[in-house]
Ligand binder design. Structure first.
Ligand code: ATP
Ligand code: MG
Length: 167
């Protein structure tokens, strides 16, 4: 189990890099993106070329823009049910739970539920969890934890997200 956390850029892209690596070995990969809406992400286009990589995007984009708070909560629960299936099915070698830490922070999914999933997973399944603010309970049980530290990011100088770099 790998956790990519911290306030610097690279958490999701490092997970995608691992997916690329696994895909090259013919491993079966599932990526559940908890936060991403139907934005034009380059990774979604690129990953469509791999028959052994499944990308599931469930989420209203940015939850704080939702008028009804029940909507992001329900979407997160829907994504969590899919995550549970992909981890426990035995059909995947690597499952990426992108932005799960954010979902935990919002209380849509609990740390106890994640620990239960880890206990229920078949041994060979690798899991990558991304997002700022990884809870200590998950850091404690993870094998690898990397904290991306932001030294600088052009966003703070007003540069918008760049195609091919941020999306
Ligand atoms: P990436 O997807 O580029 O690897 P990330 O997963 O580490 O980034 P998130 O917290 O998921 O970062 O944030 C999503 C978006 O915010 C990305 O477009 C990312 O480039 C950008 N971002 C990441 N870190 C920072 C930062 N310190 N300041 C401003 N924007 C950031
Ligand atoms: Mg990310």
């Amino acid at each position: 189990m790998i956790i990519n956390t911290g306030d610097g850029k690279g958490k999701t892209t490092a997970a995608l890099g691992t997916a690329l690596r696994a895909a090259g070995h013919g491993h079966r990969v599932a990526i559940v993106q908890f936060l991403k809406g139907e934005w034009n992400y380059g990774e979604a286009r690129a990953l469509a070329r791999f028959e052994n990589v499944e990308l599931i995007r469930i989420g209203s984009g940015f939850t704080w823009q939702a008028e009804d708070p029940a909507v992001p909560h329900n979407l997160a629960r829907e994504a969590w049910a899919i995550a549970w299936d992909r981890v426990t099915s035995g059909r995947y070698d690597l499952v990426i739970l992108d932005e799960l830490n954010y979902v935990l922070g919002e209380g849509y999914v609990t740390v106890q539920e994640v620990l239960a999933l880890l206990a229920a997973r078949p041994a060979p399944v690798s899991i990558i969890i991304t997002g700022r603010g990884a809870p200590q309970e998950l850091v404690d049980v993870a094998d690898t934890v990397t904290e991306m530290h932001c030294v600088k990011h052009p966003f703070t100088e007003g540069t918008a997200a760049q195609k091919g770099i941020e999306y």
